[in-house]
Design a binder for this molecule. Structure first.
Ligand SMILES: [Zn+2]
Length: 295
């Protein structure tokens, strides 16, 4: 008995020491992505209110505003500060949207919804993950978020409107089951544009060979790639700044110069890059490689 007790004490001590040294998942990324970013005007009625590495966009109308994505769990205060820095009251945010239920884009939603009182709209596919605060596959499964109630669930092709601004949901599964890109026509300097708030189509550590993240994941990715190749948008915005060259474009924004965020080539270039990366990762995972390799 005495030996057994000592042994279990030693084990407990070792576990404590071990866990004290183990870095929590995404520790480095969270700090990097959550660096503050001054809010800025993108084009038309779109403003950037996110962080340096994780996006959030505010679409303004005279009758209230639409906020897309909630960033990391620790991002909500930064997003709120950025919204207020634009002279917008939190209570002016009437609609809250989400690209997908990964902790780095949905983590702040519960606080943002509570603080703004906005109606939260998300896809049927991601609803269970958002409402439970847990996605059962991919590296995001390691970090649970505060559950957030979905007030309205949308399916592919549904539209939402606020004071003449209409966003259409394009459910493009793969990255998550309900991954939703939103498109919106807008007018700027007398020219009509189409903006896309892209979800994602990276493998992102999902298991796409052997024990699959979810049964239809590979065919979902393939179908989403095929659809994305037929879509167009001349203002392409994405959940991570690096996916749409945010820092470089922001540096090139000069009064009188063409708006660098207008680039119809951005979407096809990104889709081509992500499809090539998907094929490469599929081959690597089929050869026995781990789905998720922390950096
Ligand atoms: Zn993601």
């Amino acid at each position: 008995m005495k030996h057994a007790a000592l042994r279990s004490l030693a084990c407990a001590l070792l576990l404590t020491i071990g866990s004290a040294h183990a870095e929590p998942p995404f520790a480095k990324e969270r700090v990097e992505w959550n660096q503050p970013q001054k809010p800025f005007h993108v084009i038309g009625n779109i403003y950037y209110v996110g962080m340096a590495g994780v996006s959030a966009f505010l679409i303004v109308t005279p009758k209230g505003d639409i906020l897309t994505d909630g960033g990391l769990p620790e991002s909500a205060p930064l997003i709120e500060k950025n919204i207020q820095a634009l002279g917008v009251k939190l209570s002016d945010v009437k609609i809250l949207l989400n690209s997908h239920a990964h902790f780095d884009h949905s983590g702040g939603l519960a606080k943002l919804k509570a603080d703004t009182g906005a109606q939260f709209i998300a896809s049927t596919g991601d609803r269970p993950f958002l409402e439970s605060g847990h996605i059962p596959y991919g590296p995001s499964s390691q970090i649970d978020t505060t559950p957030v109630h979905v007030d309205r669930a949308v399916k592919d092709g549904d539209a939402i409107s606020l004071d003449g601004v209409t966003l259409t949901a394009h459910v493009l599964p793969g990255h998550t089951k309900g991954c939703t890109s939103w498109t919106m026509p807008l007018s700027d300097a007398g020219v009509t544009h189409k903006a896309m708030f892209f979800c994602s189509i990276t493998v992102g550590g999902n298991s796409i060979a052997g024990k699959l993240a979810y049964p239809t994941i590979v065919s979902d990715y393939r179908a989403s790639f095929a659809r994305l190749k037929k879509m167009d948008a001349d203002i392409f915005l994405a959940p991570h700044g690096e996916q749409f060259g945010m820092a470089g474009k922001l540096a090139r924004m000069k009064p009188g110069a063409p708006n660098p965020f207008i680039d119809a080539g951005e979407l096809p270039r990104l889709v081509a890059r992500m499809e090539a990366a998907f094929d490469k990762d599929l081959a690597r995972q089929q050869a026995g490689g781990a789905a998720y390799v922390p950096r």
